[in-house]
Design a protein around this ligand. Sequence first.
Ligand SMILES: Cc1cc2nc3c(=O)[nH]c(=O)nc-3n(C[C@H](O)[C@H](O)[C@H](O)COP(=O)(O)OP(=O)(O)OC[C@H]3O[C@@H](n4cnc5c(N)ncnc54)[C@H](O)[C@@H]3O)c2cc1C
Length: 499
Amino acid sequence: MAIPKRIVVLGGGSAGWMAASLLHHSWANKGAEITLIESDIIGVVGVGEGSTPSLKYFFEKLQIAENEWMPFCNATYKCGISFPDWTSHLDENEYFHPFYSDHDWKTGQAFIHNCNVRRQGFDIETRPNHYWLQAKLAKNNLSPKLKQPQNKELDYGYHFDSQKLGEFLKNRAIKLGIKHIIGTVEVVNNDDEGVHSLTLNCGKTIAGDLFIDATGFASLLLQKTLKVPFISYKDYLLNDSAIAIPTETRTDDDISPQTVSRALSAGWAWTIPLRNRNGNGYVYSSKYISPEDAEAELRAYLGISDRHDIKARHIKMRLGRVAKHWHLNVLGVGLSQGFIEPLEATALSCIQYTVEHFIETIEKGGDVSALQEPFNQQINTVYDAIRDYISAHYRLNTRIDSDYWLANREADSPEKLIKILSAWDDPASQFESTLKRLNAEVMYFSPSWYCLLAGKGRFKHKAQTLSSSIKTANVADIDNYCEQQATHFKPHHQALSND
Ligand SMILES: Cc1cc2nc3c(=O)[nH]c(=O)nc-3n(C[C@H](O)[C@H](O)[C@H](O)COP(=O)(O)OP(=O)(O)OC[C@H]3O[C@@H](n4cnc5c(N)ncnc54)[C@H](O)[C@@H]3O)c2cc1C
């Protein structure tokens, strides 16, 4: 298949602008003309303020320096995610899921070794917070930027104002020559071969060879027009609603370089620190709490029960993915192709992966019908792998305070997750080999699985005193080593002031 000449991106949320930017970067000099249409009547979802390290590679690919986009988007650095209150059986009811790099190789190996010893029923400290550099950076309000920069940086993520990110990419894209049309699509003109053109509310018709569906949960082209089926994740992931409430930060507050995802009575609350405010929200199941009660619980948690001037936004979420992300001449990106709830902030990385993989696939060449099936399979594998990891968070909870948490323990588990958990529970199994055999490391490598399982205290065997014949890594030494390494990194506020 040749590179499409007329590409129409429908939707001006993060997905639309990210897709337009990547397609322009790869194909503008190969004759592709890109047009983005967005409605001024239908808004963007406007949440989604945390990233994984893949956003760093997105900006690097487009050669956009941090000091160009971060101040504009009120962005901060993110070393990982802290998960407090997901259990009720541990003394320290919080663990940190770090972004890790080559820098962690030795201490990471020690962590995995000690976890395997603990899986065999011996008493040893396995809370991830002691073993990973970025856990120490987060704890001490340090950035992932070295005081003396070296060639190889750590992998890290960001927090950012999602509306501003869209605006930044839009301004840049328009300057680079992407055509921008404001209008609402009223008619999709299509036949058995796909979409030919879109007719807007002003009467204008826009034709194209390839259409990118970035219309958010509406999925106007892929699901509504081409009738691509939607595979729901609702049996595995119970949450279907969210509330977002931003709060001010005091100027003298240290800005934390971590997302906090704290379990509440019927879901979990995020706190995402930006330069000028905190993004906060509650992701919950409407079967277990009403929107009014959820808002009241979130407000109480944030200490703003009496601040009626701070408005809340209520959002309905549909979790799952389409059966085919690329069908005929339409590629779905963003919420139109699927959504797994935001517990690990993976949505933007899925957008990026979909578009990059699409570009690679087209550039490899070949017949469309032969390219589409493996492409769709690969994107489905990515979505399902994230779903499995997120489902594990819920399955492993040990809270006893509400029916919601009990229902989560008892909900269906994806087949692969059942195998992963039974391998972990079996002290004789080589857990890392099992992950490889199950191809379970598509999105989360083994350290992430170990952090999740050990962090939630998933150990079936009661801890017995460690015998001297079993070799373990000394936790206090590793903890000190990580603390010492952390001193080489800039304080977060300093890294932000000279980014
Ligand atoms: C509660 C919540 C928290 C989240 N947290 C994170 C996070 O921490 N990290 C992360 O990576 N992601 C997160 N996400 C996901 C993230 O917000 C989205 O993936 C991202 O914003 C992309 O959205 P979108 O562009 O697909 O859709 P939208 O933002 O909804 O944009 C849709 C666009 O389509 C246009 N449109 C729709 N219909 C028409 C029409 N008929 N004609 C013309 N234009 C039309 C609209 O005008 C709009 O421009 C979160 C999502 C939710 C719901």
